[in-house]
Write a protein that binds this ligand. Structure first.
Ligand SMILES: Cc1cc2nc3c(=O)[nH]c(=O)nc-3n(C[C@H](O)[C@H](O)[C@H](O)COP(=O)(O)O)c2cc1C
Ligand code: SF4
Length: 449
């Protein structure tokens, strides 16, 4: 049976509304934290839980909170990253849409631990309808005394504000998000200083993903140890996975970390197997930025052990034979998928979304898109494949923010595992006819030289 913590009440009719949410145990973590705990003991529970950030990097949440600077007389902020911009990822949307009060509750309990009297939820422009859902939940929380001044008579006051982005991938990067929240163009900042020291308006700030903040609720309700007992090794708790692609049952699944990848793809409890009985060809396991793996390496590690849905197991083998859990955007591809066409879509995306501050990313993403286009347009050479490899290797580690790596890793992995497919496009121009059709139906102007 799937272990449900975040989505355990997802099936209850009306759970979006305050009354039903409260009747099913809602806001108990706020009551517990504010009335019987201190900010320090809440932080202790989060540390004990082993919770790792669900936005993509998997950084330990308790450790991040522990870094928050506390200069006297200076405001501190909690900012919820609801930008959900990583292609293949749609789990925050599901959580906010279905159980909006869980996020609001998590914001209050987390802010209490951080000593933040103000918090923000930064949500992507495309989620306008969810903005409305969350605004209603926030209003209800104010009306019932969970937000505002002197909550539950404990002396803790808190206000939550929503802020809507304009639809840029880069605004999901935490420092670009803070710039955007301050009303500026969403360009990532050079770190250090890190947001924990100088974040929003120059004040100490914690930026956390929607799912991370929601997970604080069961951690405080049931205790950090109970949460840490779920999952495997340092991958504690549950994770929301956005499953898409050529599977029978695409959707959002809450899994206990440690479920075998094979079970996740083939069991009826999750993806329900491959669509039309096709063979599995490859998986992008953690959103478009993480390395693609061919079927044999996603199902088993290079050592022949079953690959598990956990930070460690998916990372086993580094980028030579492994990948990352990332944001949990699990894109499944069957035997008919062209890895080269798929990669072209990704390279177009990253070129479009680069903010342009650093040359390796600004120029490199453009060059990669152009070379991919050239190969798909029937004019590629074998040298172009080496050139692609060379360009991606010169982006990694040389940019202000990780968008550079996010653009480079998919290229490296596609060439590493599927080089023969690139060579086939170069050596066999007859396969190109199909590509011209692809350009046409997808409205992609083959106008790059
Ligand atoms: C280009 C780029 C886009 C990102 N997009 C998101 C996003 O949409 N949502 C998110 O939570 N984190 C995103 N991140 C990660 C954030 O920078 C940050 O690490 C995260 O919000 C921290 O929250 P967590 O510790 O709870 O994971 C992105 C990072 C990069 C480099
Ligand atoms: S790596 Fe790319 S997106 Fe990030 S700051 Fe540099 S140019 Fe902008």
């Amino acid at each position: 049976m799937a272990k449900k913590i975040l989505l355990k009440n997802d099936h209850i009719p009306g759970i979006q509304s305050y009354d039903v949410y409260r009747a099913n145990g809602g806001y108990a973590s706020v009551e517990k934290a504010l009335k019987s705990m201190t900010p320090e003991t809440v932080l202790e529970e989060v540390k004990k839980s082993g919770l790792r950030g669900r936005g993509g990097a998997g950084f330990p949440t308790g450790m991040k909170w522990g870094f928050l600077a506390k200069p006297p007389g200076v405001a501190r902020y909690l900012v919820c990253n609801a930008d959900e911009s990583e292609p293949g990822t749609f789990k925050d949307r599901y959580l906010m849409e279905r159980i909006p009060h869980l996020l609001v509750e998590g914001m209050i309990t987390s802010s209490f631990a951080l000593g933040a009297e103000t918090s923000y939820i930064y949500i992507r422009g495309e989620y306008y309808y969810i903005l409305r859902i969350l605004e209603k939940a926030i209003e209800e929380a104010y009306a019932n005394g969970w937000l505002g001044k002197n909550i539950l008579g404990t002396g803790f006051s808190h206000d939550v504000y929503m802020h809507i982005g304009a639809g840029a991938y880069i605004c999901g990067e935490e420092t670009a998000l803070l710039e955007s929240l301050e009303g500026k163009r969403g360009n990532p900042r050079i770190k250090p200083p890190f947001p924990a020291v100088a974040g929003l308006y120059g004040c100490p700030t914690v930026v956390n993903n929607v799912e991370t903040i929601a997970a604080v609720v069961p951690i405080i309700n049931d205790g950090g140890e109970a949460y840490a007992a779920i999952g495997i090794g340092k991958s504690t708790g549950t994770k929301l996975i956005s499953a898409s692609g050529h599977i029978n049952k695409p959707g959002v699944y809450e899994i206990e970390l440690g479920v075998p990848v094979e079970e996740f793809i083939y069991s009826d409890e999750y993806c329900g197997g491959m669509r039309n009985g096709k063979k599995l060809k490859a998986v992008v396991a953690g959103g478009s930025s993480v390395p693609i793996l061919p079927a044999d390496l996603i199902l088993k590690t290079a050592k022949g052990e079953p690959r598990l849905m956990s930070y460690e197991s998916l990372g086993d083998g580094g980028f030579v034979s492994g990948t990352m859990l990332g944001s949990g955007g699990f894109i499944v591809m069957d035997e008919d998928t062209s890895i080269v066409k798929n990669l072209y879509t990704f390279t177009r995306f990253y070129h479009h979304e680069s903010c342009g501050q650093c040359s390796p990313c600004r120029e490199g993403t453009g060059w990669m898109e152009k070379i991919m286009h050239k190969i798909l347009d029937g004019h590629g050479t074998l040298n172009d494949i080496d050139l692609l490899w060379d360009i991606q290797s010169k982006i990694e580690g040389k940019t202000i923010c990780p968008l550079g790596e996010a653009a480079a890793w998919p290229v490296a992995a596609a060439i590493r595992h599927f080089r023969s497919e690139f060579e086939n496009y170069v050596k066999n121009p007859s396969s190109i006819r199909d590509v011209k059709h692809y350009f046409r139906v997808n409205n992609l102007e083959p106008a790059l030289n």
